[in-house]
Every structure is written in C-alpha cells, then in structure tokens.
Design a protein around this ligand. Structure first.
Ligand SMILES: Nc1nc2c(c(=O)[nH]1)N[C@H]1C(S)=C(S)[C@@H](COP(=O)(O)OP(=O)(O)OC[C@H]3O[C@@H](n4cnc5c(=O)[nH]c(N)nc54)[C@H](O)[C@@H]3O)O[C@H]1N2
Ligand SMILES: Nc1nc2c(c(=O)[nH]1)N[C@H]1C(S)=C(S)[C@@H](COP(=O)(O)OP(=O)(O)OC[C@H]3O[C@@H](n4cnc5c(=O)[nH]c(N)nc54)[C@H](O)[C@@H]3O)O[C@H]1N2
Ligand code: SF4
Ligand SMILES: [Mo]
Length: 751
C-alpha cells in the first residue's frame, strides 16, 4: 500500500513541511509540502535526503553490547536494560546520583519526548552531571536573557517580514536556515526586505552565502563586543538613543551609557576592523530607520565573551528603539493564561535559573540545569567525590563537537559505564558499553515544544509517526522510563513512577506522556480550546485532524508585549547588571597571540548537519572534501598553495587538511567546518570514506579532520558566565606541509 502523509522536518529550526511517501510501512520518499502555510513547498537538500538516513544500512536497529574485544554483539532490550540498571544501581550505591551523567546532543531539542524525559530523569537523580550541545551553541543566549529580562527563555526574534533594515551579526541563514528563530523561507524574507527598498547587512569575517546575497561588512573574529559597545557609544553620544523607549522599557540606561563611553568607534577599530565612519553610519541607520532589527547567532556566541555580546545585541536594539516594535526585535509568546506568573513559578521550583549550581571541575555556572560539556572529560578523570563514572549520551557526538575530542575520547575509556541512544555508531558511542537504537524523527509522534516562541509567524503543527520504528528502535523517553522504573529503590521519584505504572497496568503502556504534554500546551496556549472553555479551539487531536499541514495562529507577532514577558519584578529590562559590567572590564585583559597571528572561525555547509549527515550518498555527491579556507594573501606569505595540505596549529593542538584559497574572507582569518573527523571508529561507512576530496587533490584525510582538536577544554579558557567553549576567533598559525613531512604530520593529526 502506498500513502502520502504530511509531517514536518526536524533536522534544523525552520521545521519545514514535508510529505512522506510510505509504501508498506517503509519511507520511500520525502518531498517538500506545498500545502504547508509557511514553507510552501520549500525544503533543503538535507531534508530531502533524510530518506537515506531512515533506510541507511549502517543504522543501528537492535541494542548492541560491547564484547571484551571491542566489537558489538546484538542483545535483547530487556537484557540490555536489566544489565545497565544493575550497573547503575551499583554505582549509585557506592557514589550516589552524583556519579551518573547525561549528555544530550542537538537533535534531542527537536523531539518532545526526548527533551522532556532526559532532564526529568536527571533531576530525579539529583546529579549535577547534565551536559548538552548548548555550551557549544547557545547557552550564552539564555544567560543574557536572564540578565536582561529575568528569564532564560525570553528571547527576541527579528521581525524580518516587516523590517526595513536587518543587521545579521555572525549568522549565515542562507546556509543554516536560521537558528533560535523558526522561519522557513527566511532567505526569501530577507530578499523581501531589499525588495521593499530596505537593507540587509551581514557582519561576518567571511563573505558567506548570506553576505554574497546582501551587503557584507567584514569584521574581525571575536570583535563583536567591542563593535556593539561602539554602536551604543554612538547612539548615546550623538543623541540618537531612543530616550522614550529606554524610560518606558528599561532601567540603568545611564549606567549602560557610562559603560559604553570609553568605546568610541575610533578606539575599538583594532578589535573589530570596521572603519569608525561605518560604525557611526550603522548606528545612525539603526536609530533613524523606523523598523530595524539586529540579530546574532553562533558567530556571536562562540567567542570569548558570548554572554556579553548577546546582551549587547539586545541592548543595541533597545537603545535604538527597535525592541518589542513591529519590524524590530520582537517576542513570541505562548498565549497561556498567567504565562508570566507560571514561568516565574517554574523558574523558582525547577533548577533552570543561571548559576544554581557550579561544576566540580572549573567551578563554572550551570545554564538551564546543564554544565559546560567542555569539562566533561576532566569530570571523568579527576578523582574525588562527585567523579563522573557512568555516562549516557543521546543524540550527540561530543568527541567531534566539544573542544579537545582526543581528551574526551580517552576519558570515555575511564568510565565504568557508557550508554548511548543513537541512530548510528558514531565517533563517541563507538566506545560505549551499550548502543541502544533510537527511532528517527519520522518514527515518532511529535510536537516542536522547544521552538514555539521562536516562530516569527505564530504557528502550530503536530505530527504522528509516519512509519513504525525500524528494527527494534525505541523512542528515548520510553528508554528513560524503562530505566527509571528499574531504579525505583534508588530515588523516591522513580519509586512513584514505578508504582504509577503498576497501578495503571496495561494502560500505562498505551499512555504517551509527551503527547499529553503537547496536548496540554496546545489547548492552553493561543488558539487552544482551553479544555472546552473556548469552542472551536485547538487540541492536539484537532490540530492533527483539521490542520495536518499546520496552522498559522496570527499573521504577525504582537508588539508591546515586553511588560507581559519580562520576569524581573519591576518588569523592566536591566541594562547594566554587575555580571555584564565585569565582562566589559574583562575585555581590557585581551592580548593578541604573536605566535598564532591568524584567527580561526567555524562555518556550516549546506549539505552537512554538524557531524551526522555524512553517510548520505545524496549529500556527499560531487566529491565533497573537508578543507581550510584561507585568504590568498595569507597563504602566499606562507607558501601555501590551493588544494595542498596545510597544517593549522593553536596552543592546544594541530591538524592537517587541504587548503582552499578564497578572497571571500577577511585577511587574517581561517575558516574550517566542524563535524568532520570520521576516522573509522564510527560505523558509518560512507562518512569514514568521505571528505578525501577531488580526485586530483592531494591527500586529505578520509572523513576529514576534527577541527575541535585545536580548541581548549581548559576551564580557564571557557567563557565565565555561561561556560561557552571558545570556538570562534581562536589564535592559529598556518603552515604549508612540506612533502616528506606529510606522512609524519598526518600521523600527528590522527594521534
Ligand atoms: N546546513 C546546515 N544547517 C545548519 C547546521 C549545519 O551544520 N548545516 N547546523 C544547525 C545548528 S546546530 C545551528 S546552531 C545553526 C547555526 O546557525 P548560524 O549561526 O546562522 O550558522 P553558521 O553558519 O555557523 O553562522 C555563523 C557565522 O558566524 C560567522 N562568524 C564566526 N566568528 C565570528 C565572529 O567572531 N563574529 C562575527 N560577527 N561572525 C563570526 C561565521 O563566519 C558564520 O558565517 O545552524 C543550524 N543549521
Ligand atoms: N568548532 C565548532 N564546533 C562546534 C560548533 C561550531 O560552530 N564550531 N557548533 C556546535 C553546535 S551549534 C552544535 S549544536 C554541536 C552539535 O553537537 P552534537 O549534538 O554533540 O553532535 P551532532 O553532530 O549534532 O550529532 C548528533 C547525533 O545524534 C544522532 N541523532 C540524530 N537524530 C537522532 C534522534 O532522533 N535520536 C537520537 N537518539 N539520536 C539522533 C546522530 O546520529 C548523531 O550521532 O556542535 C558544536 N560544535
Ligand atoms: S531547512 Fe532544515 S527543517 Fe527545512 S528541510 Fe532543510 S533540514 Fe529540514
Ligand atoms: Mo547548534
């Protein structure tokens, strides 16, 4: 039987509508959904290629247990879970919950069940060892929000569809499709700004795909904090600040002005490289354009001052009069009655607020209940109470995604238990005692819980599984539930769960907790039926039945909601908290590194998703290779030739990969994509072989190299407020690899 089922893609944040063709229970094709109100027939190559992930012969379909010789053998679910639980009980008995940890990777955010179950499990365990991709991505955004608005979850999104000026700082939406904002067809919307006579300005060290389509203002990596302070300086000192907005929306405007005073654009140009005249012109444009929005993403998160930088992005929006205004930086709301009060209550009872706990190693603050993943290796290897002995990794590949993967890989060997839930054997769980097979996004009911307030057009869509789980794949929340039920003697919360399951009997197996949560949210939120109080309103079931392609709740975001969303008691944005003042002071301690005169930045590729789509033939077409982008003049000075191997070294490590010379970079900048380095430990056969490059190119490493071997996991090198890894603007040296050295240094980069 052949069926077409509307659903949505969950690889990245626009959540594009998809139509899945299913034949006899097997996914045979994915095509963009023309009837999706927002994506309207758009999908990118990754989304289309997902059929190949779904049906990949390299997928893990049955629980795998490590044999003493390091290979895996198939075991039954019950045997696996019983043994894992027994070993957890032993570790818990010896060292308590504090010895058990969990790292959840990026795809977990796209699964309602996963995102709910893992934090709940770890909360019940009481363990501080909770880690996520967030400390390599976005945790600084949450801390900045808490400082500004009192809530980590209040995050502005740019109202691109009504803006006349959009300033993109360290974001490349033409490739990334937007992040911490959900808007399919974002590229088209940006073109719309220009078509209306407006401007889109891209502040980036690389002339990215987005910069090529719009106006490019090259910036020096990690200079954004200085640049934004200079914008504030000009806004205040030239009398351009929107004093009415500051008086209405904020407190401490004067203190912010004092903070920005020493940062005249002429004094900061050495840090950001943007001529002072252009900084002044940009400040004036922001102040005089009615509808303007400044937006930043990973390029502003992964430097040395990510929290400060993100804080300043919002501060510039506010001071220029663009915050909570149509066409500016706006706030999405759920529309749940008593949203602010409920949020504040949740903030009080759940350990989500900033700095409720600190890491044992490095004394770094937790963000949304998670510690910096950069210290995970040392948490395993540093003896003493609270040492991490058992680790779960779900939907993550930290050996490739966090600083110093070699250190982490070695540390994993010192664990008493490593369990992974994944689609594949990757570079991380290759070292696991158990690899448990996860369902793909098309094998589960779902609702994008984490992204509801990031839609630039208020929107709801839910989906049911379009195909049954392949093999013995299971959803993460069910695995977590099975474990919790087996650990009922260990923690009261688990005992309650186990008792509940027993009381419900066979009914328990049919209860779908994530669907119940999604239903509750849909019904209480804007457009919902409020459990019968609002006739014709939405429930999850009605959403599925009557709006299988999703439904737009309102044409646009509402302006003037700030007082309703800010959690601070005074309902104002706080513009100069002590933590931010300290971060501004810390800028003065920055020193150039003369031994490593270039600056390394990251970049994303259209046909990759971090580390995990390199096994798809469609996405590897055309002989893709992993390469370091260098400016021709920087290369010439060092005798580096296009296509020839280059050795990059930092204070922390060295790698070798082919050079790709391009003048689409600011001078002094080197750009390398992350997520490569498939060196054969993982079981994805094509990924291991990929990345060797063009037929005629000199040897690159098959599978590319792990750029994060160049990054520091030293707690002293992490950003102090959010524990962010320093992955952009890293001082680096580049050298041509001399023939004959090649073999030796290639060995070095593998070691
Ligand atoms: N195709 C594709 N899409 C993806 C992903 C993928 O791997 N592939 N990953 C997804 C994920 S997990 C995320 S978090 C999002 C990220 O979404 P984005 O942040 O939009 O994606 P990036 O391409 O990393 O863009 C960051 C930009 O910052 C620039 N940059 C680097 N350092 C600096 C700096 O110091 N200052 C400034 N101003 N700019 C700097 C880089 O050159 C780059 O262009 O993308 C998501 N979408
Ligand atoms: N140098 C540098 N490093 C970076 C970045 C950078 O810009 N520069 N970006 C950082 C960012 S933004 C991110 S988000 C991280 C990503 O870092 P991680 O989240 O640690 O790693 P991913 O490569 O996204 O790996 C995701 C894993 O999840 C699996 N998976 C996919 N779908 C599912 C599912 O539904 N269930 C389960 N259980 N597993 C699934 C995949 O098979 C894969 O093994 O990398 C970070 N690292
Ligand atoms: S842009 Fe992201 S959500 Fe849309 S189809 Fe591509 S991978 Fe899927
Ligand atoms: Mo990310």
């Amino acid at each position: 039987m052949r069926e077409e089922k509307p659903t949505y893609c969950r690889i990245c944040e626009p959540l594009c509508g998809m139509v899945a063709t299913v034949e006899d229970g097997r996914l045979v094709r994915l095509r963009p959904d023309r009837d999706h109100p927002l994506s309207r027939g758009f999908a990118c190559p990754k989304g289309i290629a997902f059929t190949e992930v779904q049906n990949d012969p390299d997928r893990v379909l049955h629980p795998q247990r490590r044999r003493p010789d390091g290979t895996f053998e198939r075991v039954g679910w019950d045997a696996a879970l019983d043994d894992i639980a027994a070993r957890l009980r032993r570790i818990h008995g010896e060292d308590g919950g504090d010895a058990i940890g969990w790292y959840f990777g990026n795809p977990s955010a796209f699964s309602a069940g996963h995102a709910l179950a893992v934090p709940a499990f770890m909360l019940a365990l009481g363990s501080p060892h909770v880690y996520s991709a967030g400390s390599q991505d976005v945790n600084n955004r949450f801390v900045a929000s808490e400082l500004l608005y009192g809530s980590p979850l209040v995050v502005p999104v740019p109202d691109v569809e009504r803006a006349e000026l959009v300033v993109l700082v360290g974001a490349n939406p033409v490739v990334s499709h937007g992040s911490v904002l959900s808007a399919p067809r974002l590229k088209e919307q940006l073109h719309g700004v220009v078509d209306r006579g407006g401007r889109v300005l891209v502040l980036d060290p690389r002339r990215t795909e987005t910069a090529q389509a719009f106006e490019w203002l090259p910036v020096t990596p990690d200079g954004d904090a200085h640049l934004l302070l200079s914008l504030l300086h000009v806004l205040f000192e030239e009398g351009l600040a929107d004093t009415a907005a500051i008086a209405r929306q904020a407190r401490d405007g004067e203190a912010l002005r004092d903070l920005a005073r020493p940062f005249a654009p002429e004094a900061t140009v050495e840090h950001h490289g943007v001529p002072a005249g252009e900084v002044r012109a940009l400040a004036r444009a922001l102040a005089t354009t009615e509808r303007a929005a400044v937006y930043g993403r990973t390029g502003t998160c992964l430097g040395r001052s990510g929290t400060l930088t993100t804080f300043l992005l919002d501060a510039v929006n506010l001071v220029a009069g663009c915050l909570d205004r149509e066409g500016g930086a706006m706030f999405g709301t759920l529309g749940v009655p008593g949203e602010r009060a409920l949020g504040r209550l949740a903030g009080r009872v759940l350990p989500v607020m900033h700095d409720r706990r600190r890491s044992r190693v490095g004394n770094l603050p937790q963000v949304l209940g998670t510690s910096p993943a950069s210290v995970m290796a040392k948490e395993i290897t540093t003896p003493g109470p609270g040492r991490l002995r058992a680790l779960f990794v779900s939907a993550g590949n930290p050996v490739l995604s966090v600083p110093d993967g070699d250190e982490l890989e070695a540390a994993l060997g010192a664990l008493d238990l490593l369990v992974s839930i994944d689609l594949y054997v990757n570079e991380t769980n290759a070292h696991a005692d158990y690899v448990l097979p996860a369902t793909t996004m098309y094998e589960r009911d779902d609702f994008p819980l984490a992204f509801q307030t990031f839609h630039t057009t208020p929107f709801r869509q839910a989906t049911t599984a379009v195909v049954p789980p392949a093999g013995e794949a299971r959803e993460e929340w069910r695995v977590v539930g099975e474990l919790a039920a087996r650990l009922w003697r260990e923690r009261p919360a688990f005992a309650a769960l186990a008792a509940g399951r027993r009381a419900l009997g066979p009914l328990a197996g049919r209860m779908h907790l994530p669907n119940l949560v999604a239903d509750g949210l849909v019904r209480l939120a804007e457009g919902g039926d409020r459990f019968g109080l609002r006739r014709g309103g939405l429930s999850r079931r009605r959403l599925l039945r009557e709006h299988p392609h999703g439904t737009v709740l309102a044409d646009r975001l509402r302006a003037g909601v700030l007082r309703a969303v800010v959690w601070h008691r005074d309902r104002r944005v706080h513009l100069a908290p002590p933590a931010i003042r300290a971060e501004v002071a810390r800028l003065a301690t920055r020193r150039p590194d003369p031994d490593h005169p270039l600056l390394l930045i990251g970049m994303r590729e259209l046909r990759s998703e971090n580390s995990w789509l390199h096994n798809s033939p469609l996405l590897l077409r055309g002989g893709r290779r992993h390469a370091a982008r260098l400016h021709p003049d920087d290369a010439a000075e060092r005798g580096i030739e296009d296509g020839a191997p280059v050795r990059l070294s930092t204070r922390h490590g060295a790698i070798e990969l082919p050079a790709l010379l391009t003048d689409g970079l600011a001078r002094g900048v080197v750009a390398v994509p992350h997520g490569w380095g498939h060196k054969g430990t993982g079981r994805w056969r094509r990924a291991n072989a990929a990345g060797a490059g063009r037929e005629d190119a000199p040897e690159g490493r098959p599978g590319g190299v792990n750029v994060n071997l160049l990054m520091s996991s030293d707690p002293a090198d992490l950003e102090p407020l959010a524990g962010m890894a320093h992955l952009n603007g890293v001082p680096v040296q580049a050298a041509a690899v001399v023939a004959g050295d090649a073999a030796a240094s290639a060995a070095a980069s593998v070691a």
